[in-house]
Write a protein that binds this ligand. Structure first.
Ligand code: SAM
Length: 408
C-alpha cells in the first residue's frame, strides 16, 4: 500500500467508478431521464414496489434481499448506482485512508462490491473479503472482480446475523450496513428539555434488537484480531440514533481511535448529512477519544434581541427562524420571556412534545421541542403575531383532539 495523498485517492476512485460505468450526474432531471432511457415503465414500477416493501420490512430480511437482488442486474448498475456517486467518493476516499497496515480486511454488507474492489485494488498485498446476504449482489461482485483482474479479493454470500465470522481480520469495514433500519427513530431523550438519554439498559437493548445492530456487532467482533480496527459509517446524525449506536459500540469495548467525521454529500441534487465515520479499535477504556453525546454544533447564529430592530421584514420570512438543536439554547437564554400559552403532551408514537407561544420584549415567539431532538424557535414582529398564534392553534387543536389540555 503506497502513501498516497487524498487527491490521488480521489482521482483513482473516480477512475474506479468509471470502470463500473458510474458517472456524476448534476441534476435530478438528467438522472431520471437516464433512468427512463434504461428502464421500462413496468420495470420502474417494480423497482418502486421493492423500495416500498424494503421500507416496510414486514417479512424480515426477505424484502431487503429481494430489493438488493433486483438492483444487482448488470444492465441496471450505471443508472441505479450513479445516484450514490458522491457517497462512493466521500465514503470510499475516507475509508481508503485507513487501509494501510491491514493484511486482512473484511467489507461487511459489501453489496455488489463497488468499494470492496476499490480497496482490493489499492492494497494488492492484502487479502480482502466481501460478504453480503444478497446472492445476486455477490454473484455480480465476483464477476466484476474477475473482469478487474483482482486476485486478492473474494466474495461470500452470508447473513452476518446468522453465524460468527469464519476468519480473523485486521480491519473490518461496515458502511451503510449495521443500522439499515432507516425508519427507526432511535431512543428518545429523557424529556423535551434535554438531548440527554438516560442510562436505560432496556431501552438500549430494545433498540439493538429491533434494528439488528446488536447481533451484527457481536458477530463481527468474533472476527476482529486483538489489534484490529473497524471503520464504521451509518446513518446516525440525529442524537436519537447516534447516542444508542455509540453506546452499542462502546458497550462492546470499542474505542474511538480518531475524532468521528461527519460527512456531507449530494445524492444528485439532495444534500445528505450522513455518518459520522468512526475509526475504532479494542482497547482500554481510557485510551482514545471520548464518546461525545452532545448535539452537534449547527452553525446557527445566536439570537440578539437588541439588533432585531435593524432587521428589515422580508416577505413572509420570520425575523429569526431556527430549526436546529441550537434553537433550545436560544429559547433558554431568552430574556423577559412571557408565556401566553403552552402545551406538553405525548404523541401517539410515544414522543413527548412541548409547544409554547409567547412574548419576548416586544417580539412574539413560538417554540416547539420533542424528545426526538426536533427543535423550532421562531420570532416575529408584533404586526404579524397572528401568524404565530394561528400556527400554535393548529398544533394545539391537533393535540386537543387527542385529549391533551393546553396550560395557560
Ligand atoms: C446500503 S447497501 C451498502 C453497500 C456498501 N456497504 C456500500 O457502502 O455501498 C447495504 C448492504 O448490506 C447488506 N446487508 C444488510 N444486512 C446484512 C446482513 N445481516 N448480512 C449481510 N449483508 C447484509 C445488504 O444486502 C446490502 O447489500
Amino acid at each position: 500500500m503506497s502513501c498516497d495523498t487524498n487527491d490521488e485517492i480521489r482521482a483513482s476512485l473516480h477512475d474506479h467508478l468509471a470502470a463500473w460505468g458510474l458517472r456524476h450526474v448534476e441534476s435530478d432531471a438528467a438522472y431520471f431521464a437516464w433512468q427512463r432511457d434504461v428502464f421500462t415503465l413496468q420495470e420502474l414500477a417494480n423497482l418502486h414496489r421493492h423500495i416500498d416493501a424494503k421500507r416496510q420490512a414486514a417479512d424480515g430480511p426477505a424484502a431487503e434481499i429481494a430489493f438488493y437482488d433486483l438492483t444487482a442486474q448488470p444492465r441496471s448498475i450505471p443508472a441505479l448506482y450513479s445516484q450514490r456517486y458522491e457517497y462512493y467518493c466521500e465514503v470510499g476516499a475516507r475509508v481508503a485512508r485507513h487501509l494501510a497496515g491491514a493484511p486482512t480486511m473484511l467489507d461487511v454488507g459489501c453489496g455488489i462490491g463497488i468499494l470492496t474492489t476499490f480497496y482490493a485494488k489499492r492494497c494488492p498485498e492484502s487479502t480482502v473479503v466481501g460478504i453480503d446476504r444478497s446472492p445476486a449482489s455477490i454473484e455480480l461482485a465476483r464477476r466484476r472482480a474477475k473482469e478487474l483482474e483482482l486476485n486478492n479479493v473474494r466474495f461470500e454470500c452470508c447473513d452476518v446475523e446468522q453465524r460468527d465470522l469464519a476468519g480473523r481480520f485486521d480491519l473490518i469495514i461496515a458502511t451503510h450496513t449495521l443500522l439499515q433500519a432507516e425508519q427507526d427513530p432511535g431512543v428518545p431523550s429523557r424529556d423535551w428539555r434535554t438531548f440527554e438519554r438516560s442510562a436505560d439498559a432496556q431501552a438500549q437493548q430494545r433498540f439493538e434488537q429491533r434494528t439488528g445492530v446488536g447481533i451484527r456487532l457481536d458477530r463481527l467482533l468474533t472476527g476482529l484480531t486483538s489489534h484490529g480496527r473497524m471503520v464504521v459509517f451509518e446513518k446516525t446524525r440525529q442524537p436519537a440514533r447516534r447516542i444508542p449506536f455509540q453506546r452499542a459500540l462502546a458497550d462492546r469495548g470499542l474505542r474511538l481511535l480518531a475524532a468521528p467525521e461527519p460527512v456531507r454529500y449530494r445524492s444528485i441534487e439532495e444534500v445528505t448529512d450522513d455518518g459520522p465515520l468512526y475509526l475504532l479499535g479494542l482497547g482500554v477504556p481510557e485510551e482514545g477519544w471520548p464518546w461525545d453525546e452532545a448535539p452537534e454544533a449547527d452553525g446557527m447564529p445566536p439570537l440578539d434581541l437588541e439588533s432585531l430592530h435593524a432587521v428589515p421584514a422580508q416577505g413572509e420570512q420570520p425575523l429569526y427562524d431556527n430549526h436546529e438543536c441550537s434553537a433550545q439554547q436560544v429559547w433558554m437564554s431568552l430574556s423577559g420571556k412571557q408565556v401566553t400559552s403552552q402545551i406538553t403532551c405525548e404523541e401517539p408514537d410515544g414522543r413527548q412534545l412541548h409547544v409554547e407561544w409567547g412574548r419576548a420584549g416586544e417580539w412574539n415567539y413560538l417554540y416547539c421541542a420533542n424528545t426526538f431532538d426536533q427543535r423550532q424557535f421562531v420570532l416575529i414582529e408584533p404586526a404579524r403575531a397572528a401568524v404565530l398564534e394561528n400556527y400554535y392553534r393548529e398544533i394545539t387543536c391537533d393535540q386537543l383532539r387527542r385529549g391533551n389540555e393546553p396550560a395557560p
